[in-house]
Each structure stands twice: as C-alpha cells, then as structure tokens.
Design a protein around this ligand. Sequence first.
Ligand code: ADP
Length: 165
Amino acid sequence: MGMKAVLGDITQEGVDAIVNAANESLLGGGGVDGAIHRAAGPELLAECRKLGGCPTGGAKATRGHRLGADWILHTVGPVWHDGSRQEDALLASCYRNCLKLAVGKGARSVAFPAISTGAYGFPAERAARIAHREVSEFLRTHPALEVRFVCFDRATFELYQRLLK
Ligand code: ADP
C-alpha cells in the first residue's frame, strides 16, 4: 500500500493503529500525547498504568479505547541534545519497533506523528529523513501495509511531501 503524508490531527485518522509520541512514564503528557489521551478517554491511562513505562526507542501497544483506531502504539522518542547521544539511532528504533508491533497486532494501516520533533526538539528535516528511510525499508518486506505520516503543521507536511516524491 505504501506511504503518504497528510496534514491534520492524528486522533482523527481512520487507521488500525495510531502511534503516540509518549514519554518514558507512558502516563500522558503534552503535544500529541495529550491529544491522544483526551480523545481515547480515561480508560487509556488506566491501561497505560499497567505497562510499567517504556525505554527510549521502544514501543508498547494498548487498545484504542474511544479512538477510532483499534490500537495505540506508544513509543518514546529521544530528546534531542546535539546529535551525539544516539538520537538518530533511537529515533529509527522508534519507527522500526512501532512497525513491527503494528504488524504483530494485525494492523493493516498505521499513522505516525513526527516523533520527537515537538517538545523533544529533534530537527524536523533530519527526523523526517529517518522516518522516511525506516518506513521505506520496512515496506520492502511488508508491502501490504499502509503508512501515513500525519503532519500537524504545513512546514512538516511540505517536508514529507518532498521526501515522498
Ligand atoms: P515529542 O515530545 O516527541 O517531541 P510532541 O507531541 O511535542 O512530541 O511533538 C511531536 C510532533 O507531533 C510535533 O510535530 C507536533 O507538532 C505534532 N503534534 C502535536 N499534536 C498533534 C496531533 N494532534 N496530531 C498530529 N501531530 C501532532
């Protein structure tokens, strides 16, 4: 099915699995994490409490609760420092782990936000290149999967559109 970029709010995407850019506690936060928790309802937090957190670069699944999606894949992106603390590798690991988890759950479509590029300060273009590279690589062995990059602002959307050309 391949990949595409869309502009919008990830909580409104009609996909089987939505990725959350969470923090290591998995107990909610600002940005896309806050939006997902608000949309999914308090049952999401209750389920997240049972997960015992998640290390940076990892991913854990919950149900979607009040979201349209069946699954929420909570991943913890790296905080950007200066690029010397494994930030690129950890971000790549987030994408790979979410894709594996999505397939493991039987999801046929998955939506990603631009992980780490908000409060965590990862440079947007560098992050988009990593996201695009990891998803392209994964789709070679899972060609039936549909991946959407959900961009919350036009600048990010234009970045992805250029990469996808
Ligand atoms: P992080 O802490 O991983 O940087 P943020 O939530 O602060 O996570 O930001 C990650 C990206 O998600 C940013 O590009 C931000 O603009 C975007 N974002 C925020 N809210 C939403 C939303 N509702 N849907 C899609 N993307 C969102």
